[in-house]
Design a protein around this ligand. Sequence first.
Ligand SMILES: Nc1nc2c(ncn2[C@@H]2O[C@H](COP(=O)(O)O[C@H]3[C@@H](O)[C@H](n4cnc5c(=O)[nH]c(N)nc54)O[C@@H]3COP(=O)(O)O)[C@@H](O)[C@H]2O)c(=O)[nH]1
Length: 563
Amino acid sequence: MSEVLDDGTNLFQATMEAAQVGIFVMGEGRFIYVNPFMRALFGYSEEEFQTTVGPYELVVAEEHPIVDQQLARRAAGIPGQAYELTGRRKDGSTFTMSVLGMPARFGKLSVSVGTVLDVTDRKAAESRIRELADFDPLTGLPNRRLLHDRVEQMIAAAEREGGSAALMFLDIDHFKRVNDSLGHSVGDELLCALAQRYAGVVRKVDTLARLGGDEFIVLLPEVTAAAAADVARRVLEIAAAPFSVGGHALTITPSIGISLYPQDGKDIDTLLKNADTAMYKAKDLGRNTFQFYSSEMNMATLERLMMESNLRHALTASEFELHYQPLVSLANGEIVGVEALIRWRHPDLGVIMPDRFISVAEDTGMINPIGDWVLFEACRQAQAWIDEGLALQTMAVNVAPVQFRQAGFVEMVAGALGTTGLAAERLELELTERTVMHDAEFTLGTLSALNRMGVSLSLDDFGTGYSSLAYLKRFPVGKLKIDRSFIMDLERDADDRAIASTIVSMGRNLRLTVLAEGVETAEQLTLLRSMGCGMVQGYYFSRPVDALRMTELLRSQPFLHEN
Ligand SMILES: Nc1nc2c(ncn2[C@@H]2O[C@H](COP(=O)(O)O[C@H]3[C@@H](O)[C@H](n4cnc5c(=O)[nH]c(N)nc54)O[C@@H]3COP(=O)(O)O)[C@@H](O)[C@H]2O)c(=O)[nH]1
């Protein structure tokens, strides 16, 4: 086929044969000329190129549309630019090639002249360079440069969407000793094994990077402090099991520092610096632990973690107990009921008040079994007092929102009453205004079912949320408890007096009992009585007391003379 182009000097032939690049001439979609280098590159003979092998045979099937496109452009006389394709040899093996085709004319013949280069090695080298630029060669993890990019991306997204993040600085305690005593290759192996374990703890969206030496970073986008603490705890756990490296069983511990975006820094350098400072705090505290940069976060998170891990145990270890506070009738000073209030008697920490653990119990789902226990225990105690002949009309029990909305709540209440023998009319469930108004139609169904059973319902913390008066009329509620915040300054604050008095009148008009919470002084009592409030509860009469003391109060009825 070379005769078509040969000017008779053999110069063309010699040049083509010496070229270390594939050169081809194509016309009407088939090869007119292919130089020896190109024939060797693809493994086809000159004859095969002349007869059966066209451009499609030289490229993997998925890239045929690109071939179509390029052929069309050359046919239209459009000059080409080098592009990359996956070449396919006669033996089926593939390689990356760079192809450049140009439209040309030889006499009357319109052709396309092109070159083909095998760029497989160059591509591999480029990717290796990229890898070296972005990844740590020992562990294959992102390096400082790539971490920098990821943090910047995270900050840009968080600024747009108001998100949060945590940056965790992990440093192996006494790593130098491993290198010094067992050599660097054992140290390197240990780092790789540790990196693999760390990788098992983080999510896909997180970045685990190695800064160098024994320093690793974990970037956790979209996490709360508690979730970051949870990850840190898991990192400590997974690092604890011994490593088997170079024939040695090695046990290591990390120290972890955590900085939070945006409160501890709004750029990578500040976040890294503060996480590093926190990591040193962790080392100072004896190592194998984590620390937040800000100390308040440590206290809050540690307390929460302690609560979370101890709450479940507390129930089975019978660490909860109920205290009771009298509900006093203003008509005659009689203790007509009691409110059951949970206490956690922790073996090391002493008595923990509900404000410190109820929200944790709600978040972890533990509120359901705890709430069930409270209900059962309160019913049992109420029936025990009644069996003793004590006049107890009402046992009031607090119900958390999550507990109220759990499936089977009504059945659980029925079960507690059935097991303990307490009459439903003696049980009063206290729900906050917010719980009740959250999903009013759902609430209405549950309240009605409880009401049909004979259980009374009371609206706790009344005045702090916002009740729809229309719903208030429809809900089968029997009592409003004026929130303590309105009673606290009753003597001094005219607004509080107006609010309390309005709630009392509204309750009376709706035929509801009104109870004022948090009564601490005789003056408050006098004011509430003048407003026509029906019931009171507060330290003025008694703090919450244990069952034994409450038995004495119920027996002695010491406030009858307060009337
Ligand atoms: N879901 C559940 N919530 C519960 C349960 N037990 C208690 N709680 C809720 O925890 C909050 C704090 O309760 P506690 O520390 O027991 O405080 C109660 C009283 O001690 C306090 N009180 C009563 N009188 C006074 C007073 O004169 N002054 C004053 N400073 N405090 C007083 O009020 C709390 C009772 O409040 P309330 O329930 O609104 O009637 C509290 O929100 C409890 O509801 C439980 O078993 N489950």
